[in-house]
Design a protein around this ligand. Structure first.
Ligand code: ANZ
Ligand code: ZN
Length: 867
C-alpha cells in the first residue's frame, strides 16, 4: 500500500519544476521574430517589473492574469508572443548603492537573477529568449539612437524650464515626486529653479493623442477619461490688457481664459510669480521681490498650488478693460502657473471659486455676470460660493441676455474684430521633460562644444555607456563630477568638448520596450518586419497606477517611432486592449508594543483573534489594506510556492474576485485552493482504474445519469470559455469547482458512464490548464499517456446539443398561487405534464376534494389549475 499513499498526494515541489523543464525543452512558448503566417498573431504583455529585490503578490497577480490569457490564446490557435524583461534603471539602485556601498549595476543584476528565478517558478508561459534589461547598453544604445532620430525630426527640444529642485538630493524632481512641497525622498522643501532641460515634444501629438482615445474600445473607460483629462483640451481665448503705465518695455499683458464671457465681471488681473512682468516689477519693488521669492518654495505642481492658500501682492499697476473703459489692479498671485496658458489671468470672483477666495481675502470687488436659471437679476448676489455653471449674461453690456455659449462666441468675435484678443485652444498637456541629473539612467547622447553648440553623438559611437567607476557618496550628479567621462573631443571640430551629463527619465525606457520585444537582438531599435508583424500589443495588463503617464508616453513613442520610420503602426496605438488589475490586500497586524507584524509572524485563531506565533502575545488585527512593506502586511510569493506550489498560488489569486477589483489574500483562501488541487488529483487517480482508454469511441447510447454528466461537461466548456474570453477568471474558477463536484458525485460503473466520466475528467483538466498548468500536465499524463502535453493541445469546443437542457422546470399554480414545481422532459406532451403537475405533493394537497374547472398550460413555463 506504500505505493498508493506515495502517489496519492500530489507533490508540486517535485512536479512543477519537472513540467517547467519539459515546456522549456519542447520550446512550447517560443515564437520567431517573423511569424510564418500559418497562425494569427496574438501579443500579450504584462507591464514589466522593476527589479527591486523580490517579486511581490502584485506581480504574481499581474503575471498570472497574463499567463492565463497567453495559454488560452495559444490553445485557441494563435501564435502568442509573451515576453518578459526588466525595467532596470531608476533611483532605488542608486539609493541602495549609497546606503550599502553596492554598485547600482551589481544590485540591479543580482535582483534580476533572483526575480527571474522566482518568475520561472511560477510556471509562466514566457518566451524567455526575448528577455532584456533596460540598463543593458544593448538596450539603451538603441534608445539613444531613437533619441537622435527624434532630435533630427524636431521631436526633441532643449529649453529653459522651471523645475522642482531638491536642494538636499541636488536633483530635479518630477511633479509626482514632490509631496506637499517637499522632496519625496529627502523631505527637503523643494525650490523652483530654471534649468536648461531636454524635452520630448509630446504636445505635437496632443490632438491625435486625444482623438484616438475614442478608438480604444478595449480600454477601460476610466483610463480613457484620465488620459483625456491629462491631455486637457480647453477652448478659450487670449485677451490683451493694456497697462496704464508701461514697465520696462512691457505695455500690455496677455491672459488665457476659458470664460471670456465673464469679462465684464473682472475685478483684477493676476500674474504668475514667474511671469516676466512680475520679474520686471520685482526688480524695482523690494516688497514684490520678497513675495515672488516666497512663492519659490511652493513647488511647481498643480496639486501644491491647488491646496496652498491663495496669496497675492498688489503691484499698484493697473490695466485697462478692453470694452468698459475702466481700469483694474494688477496682482502677483501664487496660484497662477507660468507653464499654463500665458501665465496671467483675469480674475472673475463671481464665477470662479479661486478668484472668489482671493477677492474676499483682499477685499476686491465681486460682480455677478452670469445669472443662474430661474434667479432674479435684481436680487442675485454671490456669497461664499462662486456660480460656475451656465446661465444668462447680466451686467455685461452687449452680452446681456445671451446664454453662456452664445456669449463666448460673441465676445471672441468682438475681441478679434477690435484686435484685442483671439479664440484659442489650450492644452493642459506639457512637453515631457526627460532630463535627470542621475547616474543610473540612459545617457543623453549629445556633446556640448563651445564652437559648434550641441552636437549629436555619431550613431556609430553608440551606445554612450555609463562609466562603471562612480562616486555616489557625493551629492549631485555623479556623471557631472566624474573625473574623465564627460571630457571628449567634439565630433565635428575635434576641439575639447563635454558630454551631456543628464540621463533620461526612466519612463523613456518603458515607452518602447514593447516594440523591442518583437526583435530583441536586432541591430537597430526595431526590425520593421518583426514590429509590423507583432504590433500592436493585443492585450496589455498592468496596474491602474500607470493609467496616465506610462500609457501616454508609450502612445507618444509609438507615434514618434512611426514618424521616424521605426514602426509601421499606422494608428500609432501600441496597446489595442488594456486591462487594469486590482490590488492585492491583506489584513494588518500589530503586536503588543504597537509595531507592525508580518502575517508570517502571526497565528490566527478560529474566532478571528490572533497571537504572535513565537511569544504567544495578543496581536491586534487591523484593517485589510493594500500589501505594503511599511505596514508589513505582505506575504512572500516564494514562501507560498515553497509551501503549496505555484498552481495553488495562481488558482487562489484568480479565484477571489474579478481581476479588475482588489482582492484579499488570506491563509484560509490559499489553503482552500491547495485542497482543491489535491482533490482534483485524487479524483483523477481514483477514477483512473475504471476509465476506458483515452480515445475510446463513444458508446451507442447513454443513460440519464451519463447524459447529465455530459451536459455538465459541455456546459462547463461553454461557461469557462466565455469567462476566459471576458477576463471573468473568478467565474471560470467557480464553474470548475462546481464541475469537479459534479464529477465526484457521479457513482456507477457502467461503460457509458465510465466513458462520460473520462470525457468529464479530460475536460476538467484541459479547462483549468491555463490557470493551473502544472497540475493539468500531471493529470493529463495519467489520463492520456503519450498524448503530448496540455500546453500543446487545442482548446475544447462544446457541443451545443449536449449542453442543452433535456428537462425543464415548470411552475405549478392553483388559482394563480404558486404551489410547487416539476421537472419534465423538454417537449413532453401536455397530458404527461398535467398529470405530473396534479401529482406534485403540495399541488395535490391544494386540489384535494375540489373540482378542476380549467387547466392552463404554457409549455416549458407554467401550469395553472382553475377551480
Ligand atoms: C477668467 C475666468 C472666469 C476663468 C471665470 C474661469 C472662470 P482650464 O479649464 O483648466 O483650461 N487660468 C488660466 N491660466 C492659468 C494659469 N496659468 N494658472 C492658473 N489659472 C489659470 O482653466 C482655464 C481657467 O483657469 C482660465 O479661465 C483662467 O481663469 C484660469 F468665471 O479666466 B479663467
Ligand atoms: Zn565643435
Amino acid at each position: 500500500m506504500d505505493q498508493i499513499t506515495d502517489t496519492a498526494r500530489y507533490d508540486p515541489a517535485e512536479a512543477e519544476p519537472r513540467w517547467q523543464r519539459a515546456w522549456d525543452e519542447a520550446g512550447c512558448f517560443a515564437v520567431p521574430d517573423l511569424p510564418d503566417g500559418t497562425k494569427p498573431k496574438y501579443y500579450v504583455l504584462e507591464m514589466f517589473p522593476y527589479p527591486s529585490g523580490r517579486i511581490h503578490m502584485g506581480h504574481v497577480r499581474n503575471y498570472t492574469l497574463g499567463d492565463v490569457v497567453a495559454r488560452y490564446k495559444r490553445a485557441r490557435g494563435f501564435a502568442v508572443m509573451h515576453p518578459m524583461g526588466w525595467d532596470a534603471f531608476g533611483l532605488p539602485a542608486e539609493n541602495a548603492a549609497r546606503e550599502r556601498g553596492i554598485h547600482p549595476g551589481r544590485w540591479t543584476w543580482d535582483n534580476i537573477a533572483t526575480m527571474r528565478g522566482e518568475l520561472k517558478r511560477m510556471g509562466l508561459s514566457l518566451d524567455w529568449s526575448r528577455e532584456f534589461a533596460t540598463c543593458d547598453p544593448a538596450y539603451y544604445g538603441h534608445q539613444q539612437a531613437l533619441f537622435l532620430d527624434f532630435l533630427e525630426a524636431g521631436l526633441v527640444e532643449r529649453k529653459e524650464a522651471f523645475v522642482n529642485w531638491d536642494p538636499v538630493d541636488q536633483t530635479v524632481l518630477a511633479n509626482e515626486q514632490v509631496i506637499d512641497g517637499r522632496g519625496w525622498r529627502s523631505g527637503a522643501v523643494v525650490e523652483r529653479r530654471k534649468l536648461s532641460q531636454w524635452f520630448l515634444r509630446i504636445t505635437r501629438y496632443a490632438e491625435d493623442l486625444l482623438a484616438a482615445l475614442d478608438t480604444l474600445d478595449r480600454w477601460p473607460e476610466r483610463v480613457r477619461t484620465m488620459q483625456r483629462n491629462w491631455i486637457g483640451r480647453s477652448d478659450g481665448a487670449r485677451i490683451r490688457f493694456r497697462l496704464e503705465t508701461p514697465v520696462d518695455g512691457h505695455d500690455a499683458v496677455e491672459v488665457f481664459t476659458t470664460r471670456p464671457d465673464t469679462l465684464f465681471g473682472m475685478s483684477f488681473l493676476a500674474l504668475s510669480p514667474d511671469h516676466p512682468l512680475a520679474a520686471a516689477i520685482a526688480a524695482r519693488d523690494p516688497a514684490a521681490a520678497a513675495f515672488v521669492a516666497s512663492c519659490r518654495t511652493l513647488g511647481t505642481t498643480e496639486a501644491a498650488l491647488e491646496t496652498a492658500e491663495k496669496r497675492g501682492h498688489d503691484t499698484g499697476l493697473r490695466v485697462r478693460h478692453p470694452f468698459n473703459g475702466r481700469t483694474y489692479p494688477v496682482w502677483i498671485a501664487n496660484f497662477v502657473l507660468m507653464e499654463y496658458g500665458t501665465g496671467a489671468i483675469f480674475g472673475c470672483p463671481g464665477h470662479d471659486q479661486r478668484d472668489l477666495d482671493f477677492a474676499r481675502r483682499y477685499g476686491l470687488s465681486v460682480t455677478p455676470v452670469v445669472l443662474p436659471p430661474g434667479a432674479e437679476a435684481t436680487t442675485f448676489a454671490i456669497g461664499d460660493t462662486a456660480f460656475v455653471e451656465d446661465g444668462t449674461l447680466i451686467n455685461s453690456d452687449f452680452l446681456d441676455g445671451l446664454e453662456v455659449p452664445a456669449a463666448k462666441r460673441r465676445i471672441v468675435e468682438e475681441l478679434e474684430r477690435t484686435g484685442q484678443g483671439t479664440g484659442v485652444v489650450q492644452w493642459r498637456l506639457r512637453d515631457w521633460g526627460i532630463s535627470r541629473q542621475r547616474y543610473w539612467g540612459c545617457p543623453i547622447p549629445v556633446i556640448h562644444c563651445d564652437a559648434c553648440g550641441i552636437v549629436p553623438v555619431p550613431k556609430d559611437q553608440l551606445p554612450v555607456r555609463l562609466p562603471e567607476d562612480v562616486d555616489l557618496a557625493r551629492p549631485g550628479n555623479p556623471l557631472d563630477h566624474h573625473p574623465t567621462w564627460k571630457h571628449v573631443a567634439c565630433p565635428r571640430c575635434r576641439a575639447p568638448a563635454r558630454r551631456e551629463t543628464d540621463t533620461m527619465d526612466t519612463f523613456v525606457d518603458s515607452s518602447w520596450y514593447f516594440a523591442r520585444f518583437t526583435a530583441p537582438r536586432a541591430e537597430t531599435p526595431t526590425s520593421r518586419a518583426a514590429a509590423d508583424a507583432w504590433l500592436p500589443v493585443d492585450q496589455y495588463i498592468g496596474g491602474i497606477e500607470h493609467a496616465i503617464l506610462h500609457l501616454l508616453y508609450s502612445r507618444f513613442f509609438a507615434r514618434a517611432m512611426r514618424d521616424t520610420g521605426h514602426l509601421g503602426l499606422a494608428s500609432g496605438e501600441p496597446f489595442a486592449g488594456l486591462f487594469t488589475q486590482g490590488m492585492v490586500k491583506h489584513e494588518t497586524y500589530r503586536g503588543a508594543d504597537g509595531r507592525w507584524l508580518y502575517p508570517a509572524e502571526v497565528e490566527k485563531r478560529a474566532d478571528g483573534t490572533a497571537v504572535h506565533r513565537e511569544t504567544g502575545e495578543p496581536v491586534t488585527v487591523g484593517a485589510v489594506e493594500a500589501m505594503s512593506k511599511s505596514k508589513r502586511n505582505t506575504v512572500d510569493p516564494g514562501a507560498i510556492i515553497d509551501r503549496y506550489g505555484a498552481d495553488t498560488a495562481r488558482w487562489f489569486i484568480l479565484s477571489d474576485n474579478p481581476p479588475e477589483r482588489d482582492m484579499e489574500w488570506t491563509e484560509a483562501g490559499v489553503a482552500g485552493a491547495h485542497r482543491f488541487t489535491q482533490r482534483v488529483w485524487r479524483l483523477v487517480q481514483g477514477a483512473l482504474p475504471s476509465l476506458p482508454p483515452h480515445g475510446t469511441p463513444a458508446p451507442a447510447g447513454f443513460s440519464a445519469e451519463a447524459r447529465a454528466l455530459r451536459r455538465a461537461t459541455h456546459r462547463t466548456i461553454a461557461a469557462v470559455t466565455q469567462a476566459l474570453e471576458t477576463f471573468a477568471f473568478n467565474v471560470a474558477v467557480a464553474r470548475l469547482h462546481e464541475f469537479a463536484n459534479a464529477i465526484a458525485d457521479v457513482r456507477g460503473e457502467d461503460d457509458d458512464l465510465a466513458w462520460a466520466r473520462r470525457e468529464a475528467l479530460e475536460a476538467l483538466v484541459r479547462l483549468f490548464s491555463p490557470m493551473m498548468p502544472h497540475l493539468a500536465e500531471e493529470c493529463w499524463a495519467l489520463l492520456a499517456p503519450g498524448q503530448g502535453m496540455v500546453a500543446t493541445l487545442p482548446w475544447l469546443e462544446h457541443d451545443t446539443t449536449l449542453a442543452a437542457a433535456d428537462t425543464v422546470t415548470i411552475a405549478v399554480q392553483v388559482m394563480g398561487r404558486l404551489r410547487g414545481t416539476i421537472e419534465v422532459p423538454v417537449g413532453a406532451d401536455e397530458a404527461a405534464v398535467l398529470a405530473a403537475a396534479e401529482a406534485e405533493t403540495n399541488v395535490a394537497r391544494a386540489l384535494a376534494g375540489r373540482t378542476i374547472r380549467k387547466r392552463i398550460h404554457v409549455p416549458g413555463k407554467i401550469v395553472n389549475f382553475v377551480l
